[in-house]
Every structure is written in structure tokens, then in C-alpha cells.
Design a protein around this ligand. Structure first.
Ligand code: NIG
Ligand code: FE
Length: 414
């Protein structure tokens, strides 16, 4: 049993309600100016003013004490949407995009996601693990203490299972909490190019049951997009995943408005992702279905597209979460800190709304809200000491690292 006392902290944290923070709640943050907290065996044991927390010691002496010098302390960041398991970068393709070639065009020509599929299939399990472990290490530096990682660069049963094994091992062997998502429906692989429904059958009849049986994924995600999976195919895949006990996510209306947001609302998925082109009706359907919007502003930035309409979503009562989308193609972004600064500067979120999006709402979209995403008694003691006094530090020091230290389960890890 180790007991650690942290003093002189300006604590900023969303507080846990019965649902993810939506509307006015999104910006409601508990702040304690001369704050302190106790960590016992990796969990927050008390949080409050210095006198409250010292009072709760009731005669015990902490094993260690830390003076945080009045710096802002926020929950460890939760990145609820990444493709951070891959084997190679795609910089040449980035240059093609800079020269004006559309993202979906590159995929159609057999590049994009399909080129990452070739790289992942060619890599050994060990190579895939060590490449991805290095990626995770860098995300930790920018404050990510919990991370969702999708498969989806395998696109056949064996390669997808191999990716999910690697993702599971990342969870065991890195300091971060890792949430695995099966995304066999990331693209239609070459052999099924002229028979996409055949691939949907493979997904629903063989791949999903095998994934569910092995218990190696918590969610199933689908890339619902023109030339990838239609609304009808996405619905089939997601319903089958639900039947097998998996949580649901959907890449919806990223490039074109196919009605993915409405499908998310209809199916009451845990989250809908991207939503750059989501319609008003789609947004209202998400609000009705209690769907969290996982917004990925670094992807809009990297694809040079208009940002998702975060303010409209908040107004309509959709809880907004933020994520990096870290992947080798549409968005190579390791930094949740950068994502928060984009959300504030480009999507018009207040620093408090953005903080909620990058912590508690992100945790909700992963079903992890009882474990991470806020600084409250009983939660994992994951937190950041910022290089400033308020959550606005993320936007103020944009492009720099606004973080002094990163703590996971009460240990300093970066
Ligand atoms: O979220 N849109 C689909 N999937 C990723 C991109 C993956 C890739 O290009 O490798 C995304 O943008
Ligand atoms: Fe994605």
C-alpha cells in the first residue's frame, strides 16, 4: 500500500453524471484552486481543497509528497479513436494529397488503407508490435493515458486476429490502458473488389464470430463511406456485431454525407466518428439516440476539409468527444494536446468543453467512464501536470508541449 499526497494543484476536472456531458454540461468543470489529492495504490483516494484532503488522512503519514507549485492538473487524456497499430508510414501518399489528389481517389486506385494492409501483412507480429509500441510511447508524451486502437489493416481473418493480438499485447506491455476495436470493415480487400457483399458475408459469418469468440475486441467499427461500405452494409455488419456482444462505433459522414450519423442514431451506437459532412437531421438523430460524437479535428486539418460542426452538435445536445485518429494516411497525429488546441481555435469549443471532450466524454464513448476521464475518488490516478495554470494552456501553447508531466496509476510516466 503506497500513499502519495499531491499538494498545491489547480485541479480542473469534469465530474461524472449519469450520462456523457451534453449541452451546457459539456463546459461545466469542477475547479479547485488550492487543491490536493491522495493516491493510494494507483487510484485517487481523496480529492479536494488542501485542508479537506489533509483531514482525510486521519493521522496517516503519506509515503511520498509532491508539491505541484500551483500548476493546473487535469485528468489523463483519453484518445477514443486511433488506428495506432500499423507497420509503415505513408509519406509519399501525403505528398500526393498535398498536390491535390483526393484521399478516396488514392484508396480507389489500390493505395491508402490498402497499402497499409500490404505493409501489415508483410510485417512479423514482433515488428508490428514494436512499431506500434513506439507510437504509443509518443502519444503518452502528449498526455494520452488511455487509448482506443482499431484493427483494420488486416482485412482477412488471420491478419485481423493477428492485429488484435498485437493490440492486446500493447495493452499488457505499455503503461497506457488500451481499448481494442475490431475494424475488419475498414475497406473492401482486393479479392472482393467486384463482390463487396461477399466480403460483408465473410465479416458477418466468419470474422465477427471468431473475434467475438476469442474475446479480443470490445467494439466493432465500420467505415461507412462512398466506395467503401454503404449504409445498408454498415447496418448489417453492426447489427451482427451487436448480436455477438460487441459495442458499436461507426466512421460516419467523414467525406460524404451518406446518412451515417442517422444510422448511428437509429442503432444507438456508442459513438459516431468524424462527422465532417453530417447533416442537421443526422445530428438530431444522434442526440435522440444518445450517441457520442467522436470528433477528429486533426483529420479535417490534414485532409484540408471544413471542421465538424461541434457547436451545432453541442447546441443540439450531442455529447462531443475528441480524438486524434492517429493513422498513417488521413491523419498522422500523435498529440491529443494538438487536437484540444484545434478544437478550441478552429471548432470554437471553450477550453472547458474541449477538456471534457478529451477526458470524460471520450471515456464514455469507450464505456470506461467509471475508470478514467475524471479526477475523482476511486478512478485510476491518471493525470497531467500542465505547463500553465488553466486548461486554456493547451491552446495558448499550441504547437509546443503544454505538459510538464504525465502520471498513470499514480506513477510518473512522461
Ligand atoms: O479515420 N477513414 C477511415 N479510416 C481512417 C484512415 C485510415 C488510413 O487512411 O489508413 C480515418 O480517417
Ligand atoms: Fe479513423
Amino acid at each position: 500500500m503506497t500513499l502519495k499526497l499531491f499538494r498545491r494543484a489547480r485541479i480542473y476536472t469534469p465530474t461524472l453524471g449519469a450520462a456523457p456531458a451534453a449541452g451546457a454540461e459539456q463546459g461545466r468543470i469542477r475547479s479547485v484552486e488550492d487543491g490536493a489529492f491522495l493516491v493510494e495504490d494507483g487510484r485517487f483516494a481523496a480529492v479536494g481543497s488542501a485542508s479537506e484532503v489533509e483531514g482525510s488522512l486521519s493521522g496517516r503519514t503519506p509515503d511520498q509528497e509532491f508539491d505541484l507549485g500551483g500548476a493546473a492538473v487535469v485528468p489523463g487524456l483519453v484518445d477514443p479513436h486511433t488506428h495506432a497499430c500499423f507497420a509503415a508510414r505513408r509519406e509519399a501518399e501525403f505528398s500526393m494529397r498535398l498536390a491535390g489528389r483526393p484521399y478516396l481517389d488514392i484508396l480507389k486506385a489500390g493505395g491508402g488503407i490498402l497499402s497499409s494492409v500490404r505493409a501489415v501483412r508483410a510485417a512479423s507480429e514482433e515488428e508490428l508490435f514494436s512499431f506500434s509500441r513506439d507510437l504509443l510511447r509518443r502519444t503518452l508524451h502528449y498526455g494520452t493515458t488511455t487509448i482506443e486502437i482499431k484493427s483494420g489493416y488486416g482485412l482477412d481473418l488471420d491478419s485481423e486476429l493477428r492485429m488484435l493480438r498485437v493490440i492486446g499485447r500493447l495493452g499488457r506491455e505499455t503503461v497506457q490502458t488500451v481499448v481494442p476495436t475490431f475494424m475488419g470493415a475498414h475497406a473492401v480487400p482486393e479479392p472482393f473488389k467486384s463482390d463487396p457483399d461477399g466480403y460483408v458475408r465473410l465479416l458477418t459469418e466468419e470474422m465477427l464470430p471468431a473475434v467475438a469468440e476469442q474475446g479480443i475486441a470490445r467494439f466493432c467499427d465500420v467505415f461507412c463511406e462512398e466506395g467503401v461500405f454503404s449504409i445498408e452494409q454498415s447496418r448489417r455488419i453492426l447489427l451482427r456485431a451487436r448480436e455477438l456482444g460487441l459495442g458499436l462505433k461507426i466512421h460516419a459522414d467523414e467525406v460524404n454525407d451518406l446518412g451515417g450519423a442517422s444510422l448511428a442514431g437509429e442503432l444507438r451506437t456508442a459513438s459516431a466518428e468524424h462527422l465532417l459532412a453530417a447533416s442537421d437531421e443526422g445530428i438530431r438523430a444522434m442526440a435522440r439516440g444518445g450517441v457520442v460524437a467522436d470528433l477528429l479535428p486533426a483529420t479535417a486539418y490534414s485532409l484540408r476539409k471544413p471542421f465538424a460542426r461541434a457547436r451545432k452538435m453541442i447546441e443540439e445536445g450531442v455529447p462531443v468527444a475528441l480524438a486524434t485518429d492517429l493513422n498513417p494516411g488521413s491523419c498522422y497525429c500523435e498529440s491529443m494536446a494538438f487536437v484540444i488546441s484545434l478544437a478550441v481555435m478552429e471548432m470554437g469549443l471553450t477550453p472547458e468543453e474541449a477538456l471534457t471532450g478529451a477526458t470524460l466524454n471520450a471515456a464514455w464513448s469507450l464505456g470506461m467512464q467509471q475508470e478514467v476521464g475524471c479526477i475523482e475518488r476511486g478512478r485510476m490516478a491518471d493525470f497531467l501536470v500542465l505547463d500553465g495554470e488553466t486548461p486554456a494552456t493547451f491552446a495558448y501553447l499550441s504547437g509546443a508541449r503544454p505538459i510538464r508531466s504525465v502520471w498513470k496509476l499514480g506513477e510518473r510516466v512522461a
